[in-house]
Design a protein around this ligand. Structure first.
Ligand code: AHR
Length: 505
């Protein structure tokens, strides 16, 4: 029998206006993300500052509004003063997080230039591992104060007259993790974050602050950590962070594609923790979420340990270079759907990361070309067409069985109404690996709309990968949606990512 899913959309059923920063990403001084990634001064396509034009162009294709920088674990032993001023005088440092050599040839000024050319703002992360309040204030003064003070004048003496004006700041990174340099108990971190936040907002009240939540849902202190840290920081912080990576180490693809349900559940639990503290404090303020690390990550893990343990202190070693396949792209699409459906609370999200390191964009080693991984495409589609209002889809889908997640829906979907362009985009994944599903969507409230296009990502081999030579997984435009009497009927092939766009002509 034909499998059918039904969805109702109404322009008045709205979750929230989408904060564009949910299409953020992340560049850490890690592996070949910066050196041999965005920055290769001797590459034939390098610009006058040493950044590769072809890589910048690919980043622009993704339409990323904000990039978290410079870490990650790296930030917890980062000395920002080493990364500014004349390049020849910048010291080399041991990066303890990734057991690598940091040359500091790309620092704040260079990264700001590059991010600007890629169309992105910077979400600056602070070292609350080996450093603290004083250092955070110095850095904020260097970046955001107009001039006439020690650190703002230092910036000006480095050739940057205008302040950078960074708006969004992370108060450390994964401070609950024993792997973190300067790892803290929830009490230690809660107090430090509170006092740092207070002082930073005295210096620049226009900034927004992200306080560290748990490193992932499986941490033994989750969600007590959230409660404790928010007890200290509820009034000063603007966002609580979440991190999550998923993998298919067991090779069970059917169950792997159900893992977006875990992400959704994680978000709901963190919202519950935030709202519990809100109630305890009798606060009128709502805490928003910054999902500032999310992706698939598991392909590279074993090889990395070999490299960092047996051959430490290399410059730009190839770390975390996951090569993604088609099923990873499907899960990426599913995770984007989850973020869109939680747009009322998730205001910032960062695909971790951007270049070479668990990334949608890869560069070949030794000056070769740049190419798009499979996960590039769902992100590009969502970032390009997912601007406007996230609608509340009422979705009824057939179910299929999985090994660890029980019965899950075949179809997951989100819908975005772009009220400026009068367009409606449906993002839908059919995660049933065997059966095609017909999705019948009621869009009667969008009078006069017509089908514009239907894009899909599909491949007969779930393990198909892209490379510089061959893009096996790339979007194709299909003719599988039709609109009749206010209903869109779309054929969703087994294991497919679909972008169905309707609008006024
Ligand atoms: O993104 C890679 C690493 O994962 C980050 O440095 C860290 O924050 C997380 O554990």
């Amino acid at each position: 029998m034909k499998r059918e899913a039904k969805m109702t959309l109404d322009r008045e059923f709205q979750i929230a206006r989408i904060d564009p920063r949910i299409y953020g990403s992340f560049v850490e001084h890690l592996g070949r993300a910066v050196y041999d990634g965005i920055y290769q001064p001797d590459h034939e396509l390098a610009d006058e500052m040493g950044f590769r034009r072809d890589v910048t162009e690919l980043v622009r294709e993704l339409g990323i509004p904000i990039i978290r920088y410079p870490g990650g674990n790296f930030v917890s032993n980062f000395y920002w003063e080493d990364s500014v001023g004349p390049k020849a005088q910048r010291p080399r440092r041991l990066d303890l997080a990734w057991k690598s050599l940091e040359t500091n040839q790309v620092g704040l000024h260079e990264f700001q230039h590059w991010a600007g050319s890629a169309g992105a703002d910077i979400m600056m992360a602070l070292n609350l591992g080996t450093r603290g309040i004083q250092d955070a204030l110095n850095l904020l003064e260097y970046c955001n104060h107009p001039g006439g003070t020690k650190y703002s004048d230092l910036r000006i003496s480095h050739g940057q007259k205008e302040p950078y004006g960074f708006k969004t700041w992370c108060l450390g990174n994964e401070m609950d993790g024993p792997w973190q340099i300067g790892h803290k108990t929830m009490e230690e971190y809660g107090r430090l974050a509170e006092e740092t936040a207070k002082a930073m907002k005295l210096l620049d009240p226009s900034i927004e602050l992200v306080v560290c939540g748990s490193s992932h849902q499986g941490m033994p202190t989750f969600p007590i950590w959230e409660e404790h840290v928010l007890d200290h920081t509820y009034e000063e912080a603007d966002y609580l962070s979440l991190h999550s990576y998923y993998g298919n180490a067991s090779g069970d693809s059917n169950d792997f594609l159900a893992k977006s349900n875990d992400m959704d559940e994680f978000i709901r639990m963190v919202i519950a923790a935030c709202d519990y503290v809100k109630a305890k404090k009798r606060s009128r303020k709502t805490m928003y979420l910054s999902f500032d690390e999310w992706n698939v990550w598991y392909h590279s893990k074993v090889a990395d340990e070999e490299l960092t343990e047996k051959h430490p202190w290399q410059q730009a070693p190839p770390l975390l270079e996951d090569i993604y396949n088609f099923e990873d792209a499907l899960l990426t699409g599913l995770m984007l759907i989850v973020l869109l459906r939680n747009a009322d609370r998730v205001k910032v999200a960062c695909l971790a990361q951007l270049i070479n390191v668990i990334a949608p964009i890869m560069t070949e080693r030794n000056g070769g070309g740049a190419w798009r991984q499979t996960i590039f495409y769902p992100f590009m589609h969502a970032s390009r067409y997912g601007r406007g209002i996230s609608l509340m889809p009422v979705l009824h889908s057939p179910l299929h069985e999985t090994s660890k997640h029980g019965a899950v829906t075949d179809v997951e979907a989100a819908a975005v109404y772009n009220d400026e362009q009068e367009e409606l985009t449906i993002f839908a994944v059919n995660r049933n690996l065997e059966e095609e599903v017909t999705l019948r969507t009621d869009i009667r409230s969008f009078e006069g709309y017509k089908i514009k296009e239907h894009w899909v990502l599909e491949h007969e081999d779930l393990k198909a990968e892209n490379s510089l030579e061959c893009e096996k997984v790339r979007p194709i435009r299909v003719n599988r949606s039709r609109l009749e009497d206010g209903y869109v009927e779309s054929g969703l092939r087994a294991a497919s990512w679909n972008v169905i766009r309707v609008g006024k002509e």
